[in-house]
Ligand binder design. Structure first.
Ligand code: HEM
Ligand code: HEM
Length: 176
């Protein structure tokens, strides 16, 4: 019998996800640091970030900040389930997953703002610390992306459900 599916991730969440993932890969590995493509893609990522921020208040269900915001109580519940190897399954971001996601979003903001400071604001032109901030936050993001991808694969194995695919189709297995 096939498992019943529910639509969990709306199109905006999915488009946001793969767009910022694409910008990160393009700007970290593929285009020349600081060339026009790099700048425009970076601005696009910041624009997506702002839209996603607002969507967390006006969107519905699992897209909402209130649905997944990693409060202390939620983090404690999730952490203790992991430590005691108890099953933890929710339709929506897990608290520790959400914490990593929010840190990734903040890093993209820092990378974007430091990029804008380097390129558009004369006052900061040539300042080493702004360039360092830009490249350090890009490296920190790379580390978190690594953790994020490993966690998505590990959780897919544990829950016997293809989570990366759910970020494409929007659908997750129903849990009762
Ligand atoms: C999320 C988006 C972005 C990512 C992941 C990213 C990533 C990077 C990385 C990895 C470098 C190389 C750093 C190094 O060589 O140490 C770099 C350099 C640079 N980026 Fe970005 N960047 C982004 C957005 C932007 C934006 C929005 C701008 C400008 C408006 C920008 C302007 C530059 C410039 C001018 C450099 C060369 C800096 C230098 O001379 O050291 N970047 N970026
Ligand atoms: C490369 C850079 C990436 C970045 C910056 C990134 C960032 C994010 C962010 C911010 C979210 C939250 C989405 C939202 O609520 O709007 C998210 C969710 C998610 N991402 Fe990524 N991601 C990246 C790559 C990937 C890749 C390659 C995969 C697949 C292996 C993946 C799998 C997922 C999954 C499955 C979720 C939903 C998590 C859940 O079920 O709670 N991500 N990601």
């Amino acid at each position: 019998m096939s498992q019943e599916k529910v639509l969990l991730w709306d199109p905006l969440v999915r488009i946001f996800h793969w767009s910022i993932a694409g910008v990160f890969v393009a700007n970290y590995w593929f285009n020349e640091a600081g060339e026009k493509w790099h700048e425009w893609l970076g601005y696009l990522a910041v624009a997506f970030l702002i839209v996603r921020f607002v969507w967390g208040f006006v969107g519905q269900g699992a897209a909402r900040w209130s649905d997944f915001f990693p409060t202390y109580t939620r983090l404690k519940q999730h952490g203790s389930a992991l430590i005691h190897r108890k099953p933890y399954h929710r339709l929506g971001h897990s608290p520790i997953g959400a914490l990593v996601m929010i840190l990734m979003m903040l890093l993209i903001l820092v990378i974007g703002v430091s990029g804008i400071m380097m390129e558009e604001i004369d006052y900061f032109w040539g300042e080493d610390w702004v360039q360092d901030l830009h490249s350090w936050s890009a490296d920190a993001l790379l580390m978190l992306v690594g953790v994020h991808i490993l966690a998505a694969l590990f959780e897919s194995y544990r829950l016997k459900e293809n989570l990366p695919l759910s970020m494409i189709t929007g659908k997750r297995n129903r849990v009762d």
